[in-house]
Ligand binder design. Structure first.
Ligand SMILES: [Zn+2]
Length: 318
């Protein structure tokens, strides 16, 4: 990824781009921001700048940049504070020693210290020694949820870049290129719920599948139990997002097909389907299946999701 491909945070990326252009990128950088704001992605761009042998660094196409993009450059050292023993004092001492060894192949070397939130004071103090007198051509990039988690002495020797989530429209524009199978409107809806946070939006879009399957089962269990209040509670959960609601209805269509099989006396692997079929007539099961397919059509209109979920509970009652 190039700095101009980074989404949002125009002031920060502008400052970094300018520093890269005139060769004034600081030797120690702290990138802070909430989870999912792109701290690691920005840290990697800075690491690529360090090892790039192209003209306009990072060029993105020299052998160094290509290795960096595959996380296999021998002069980029990554340590993650979330790994067991990640940023312990021993690890920091090793970094201090390694920093004085010449780079393997790049003009300089870069140490990425990711997720420094749990880095204890003794480790930070050990790290401080090398920040005070860094070897030439070595760069340190730290990421942390808030720079205040780091000692003042570490902060004062580093340049701090603070990241904010991009605008939901920027996130949606970026993700609609990465996820062409989803519509821009659906992605924008999820990005808005996630306040533009790219990581959270991706997570929600991707995790939709599993969660949707669970909810579809819960809704069918509520239909089978005949408890109207339970059904209302479960169907309310589809209002969390349009792509999610669509995924739930897709799975419910499968479940309805199981009910139809059960009511025709055919074997199914769904207890809920068997129970529903034993309670009501085949005509009523057919109506249930029809109402689910109607719900899928209505969801494609601009219906308000809260009204939609309440309506859904009313048409799913046996
Ligand atoms: Zn390059």
């Amino acid at each position: 990824m190039q700095i101009n491909e980074f989404i949002g945070n125009d002031i920060v990326t502008g400052q970094i781009e300018a520093a890269m252009a005139d060769g004034t990128v600081p030797h120690a950088v702290i990138i802070d921001g909430a989870k999912g704001t792109g701290k690691a992605a920005l840290a990697k761009i800075l690491a690529s700048y360090c090892i790039c042998t192209g003209d306009k660094r990072p060029c993105g196409c020299c052998p160094g940049c290509i290795k960096a993009s595959h996380n296999s450059h021998p002069d980029i050292f990554t340590t993650d504070g979330n790994d067991p023993g990640g940023l312990s004092i021993e690890v920091i001492r090793n970094i201090r020693r390694d920093a004085f060894i010449m780079p393997n192949e790049a003009p300089s070397k870069c140490f990425l210290l990711l997720n420094c939130d749990k880095m204890l004071a003794p480790a930070q103090n050990a790290f401080l020694k090398i920040l005070e007198e860094p070897p030439a051509g070595v760069m340190f990039v730290m990421t942390v949820s808030s720079a205040n988690m780091l000692l003042q002495t570490v902060r004062s020797r580093s340049r701090i870049y603070s990241l904010l989530p991009p605008e939901p429209e920027q996130t949606a524009g970026f993700l609609s290129q990465k996820m062409p199978e989803l519509s821009y409107e659906d992605i924008l809806h999820t990005a808005t719920i996630c306040s533009g946070n790219i990581g959270k939006t991706i997570e929600m879009l991707r995790s939709g599948g599993e969660e949707a399957a669970r909810l579809a089962d819960d809704i069918f269990a509520a239909i089978a139990s005949g408890k109207e209040y339970d059904l209302l509670v479960q169907t309310q959960r589809v209002s969390s997002g349009r792509p999610f609601a669509a995924a739930v209805l897709d799975i419910m269509t499968e479940n309805a097909a199981q009910c139809l099989r059960a009511s025709a006396g055919l074997p199914t692997d769904s207890e809920n389907a068997e129970l529903i079929a034993s309670k009501v007539s085949r005509g009523r099961v057919l109506m249930l299946a029809e109402n689910i397919s109607r719900a899928r059509e209505i969801l494609q209109t601009n219906v308000n999701l809260n009204f939609f979920s309440t309506w859904l509970s009313s048409v799913l009652k046996l």
